[in-house]
Design a protein around this ligand. Structure first.
Ligand SMILES: [Zn+2]
Length: 385
């Protein structure tokens, strides 16, 4: 939505990227590495092809059914719909729940609206819709301590009607225990511009009781963008999107919004050609790292990961720089070596058999080797001395 950007310009606070408070998590990175640019583009194209998705139209019903089908295909079982009324038209919120292993009744809400106005809404909010679907795909089998609700709201463009309805009819009567609301609205960037910064939005309005926690969560999210994406961050304040009804109810919120603001939203020109899908890809990586952090994801090795971990031999470790990596497989792997802060310092291709890596150019310290192919991945710690 976002119809008064001049306030954002006025009150923006710039902060330096601070990664010291949080540690790079190689497991989170290995999950983030699976974010697919082509999946995101496919979803954006499908979303745009439905047309103008205003409540009461066939287009928004098609989009609703597509989103529902996507979650069914991903294997989610707890899929709910919530109908409500927008100026005489029935429309629908979509709520999908993934249950946490330690705090099943405490929720990280990851939300964005899927209704559009006057145009197909590639950026506003096809970008957020595609991002959330990609997060749902990659979080499906990740063990998280906290439960996650993926929510696709309708009625946003008419005045946050869907999110207000959800707060009034679900959050308040059920006394829902919400850890954090993580809102994604307009993260498409602008074609032809250098889209290298994401705006991280925190609560700076009343009630004030939840503002400090929002500032903390927003800083942690910005840190995650430093660790898991190549984007710079800028802290600003939350306004005019679906987190507002939660914010007013005292919940802790944070949000993502593009730094280069599209001039095409709410018009027929809000099409993929006028945005930057590569930017959505990077935003998705940072958002996924943030979601893994907020939901407290735990590494559980699947069968293939277990077998890969035991098959790959890396020696000597600790090493002075010359490292052998051996494995026998019909498929090949890529290896990405990162330092303890997650900065990629080396990457190469591994063939089945013996591989000799010369990492003698690196400083002494702890590194992580993320070894992966399309199907599986494993992280090994490497010490250089
Ligand atoms: Zn929007």
């Amino acid at each position: 939505m976002k119809s008064f950007p001049q306030l954002a310009v006025l009150l923006c606070l710039f902060t330096a990227l601070n990664t010291s408070a949080q540690v790079f998590n190689p497991y989170y990175s290995s999950v983030v590495e699976n974010v697919s640019a082509s999946n995101i583009l496919d979803d954006l194209e499908t979303f745009v092809d439905f047309g103008v998705k205003e409540p009461g139209t066939g287009a928004i019903e098609d989009a609703k059914n597509w989103i529902l089908e996507r979650y069914q295909t991903l294997g989610y079982a707890a899929i709910e719909t919530q109908d409500f009324n927008v100026f005489g038209q029935t429309t629908t919120n979509i709520i999908v729940t993934k249950t946490g292993s330690v705090y099943p009744n405490t929720f990280l809400i990851i939300d964005g609206h899927y209704d559009t106005v006057n145009g197909p809404g590639a950026n506003d909010n096809g970008s957020g819709t595609a991002l959330i679907l990609e997060l749902a795909r990659l979080l499906k089998d990740v063990d998280t301590e906290y439960s996650i609700k993926f929510i696709h709201f309708s009625g946003e463009e008419e005045g946050l009607i869907g999110s207000e309805y959800y707060v009034d009819n679900t959050v308040i009567p059920q006394n829902l225990d919400i850890k954090l609301v993580f809102n994604i609205d307009e993260v498409g960037g602008v074609a032809g511009m250098n889209n290298n910064t994401i705006t991280c939005e925190r609560d700076e309005s009343s009630p004030n009781s939840n503002n400090a926690a929002s500032a903390q969560a927003t800083q942690e999210m910005a840190n995650c963008f430093g660790l898991y994406s190549n984007l710079q961050t800028e802290i600003s304040f939350a306004y005019a999107s679906d987190y507002v009804p939660f914010e007013n109810n005292g919940e802790v919120i944070t949000g993502l919004y593009e730094k280069n603001e599209s001039p095409y939203t709410h018009s027929p020109d809000d099409i993929i050609e006028n945005m930057d899908p590569g930017y959505v890809f990077e935003v998705t990586k940072g958002a996924l790292g943030s979601a893994l952090h907020f939901a407290v994801a735990k590494e559980t090795l699947g069968i293939s990961e277990n077998s890969l971990a035991s098959t790959i031999v890396l020696y000597p470790n600790p090493s002075t720089g010359k490292v052998n990596i051996e494995f026998n497989s019909t498929s090949s792997f890529n290896i990405t070596v990162t330092d303890a802060l997650g900065k990629v310092v080396y990457t190469t291709f591994l063939a089945s058999g013996e591989n000799l890596l010369d990492l003698g150019f690196l400083n002494k310290g702890i590194y992580y080797c993320i070894i992966k192919n399309d199907e599986t991945s494993v992280v090994k710690k490497l010490i250089l001395h």
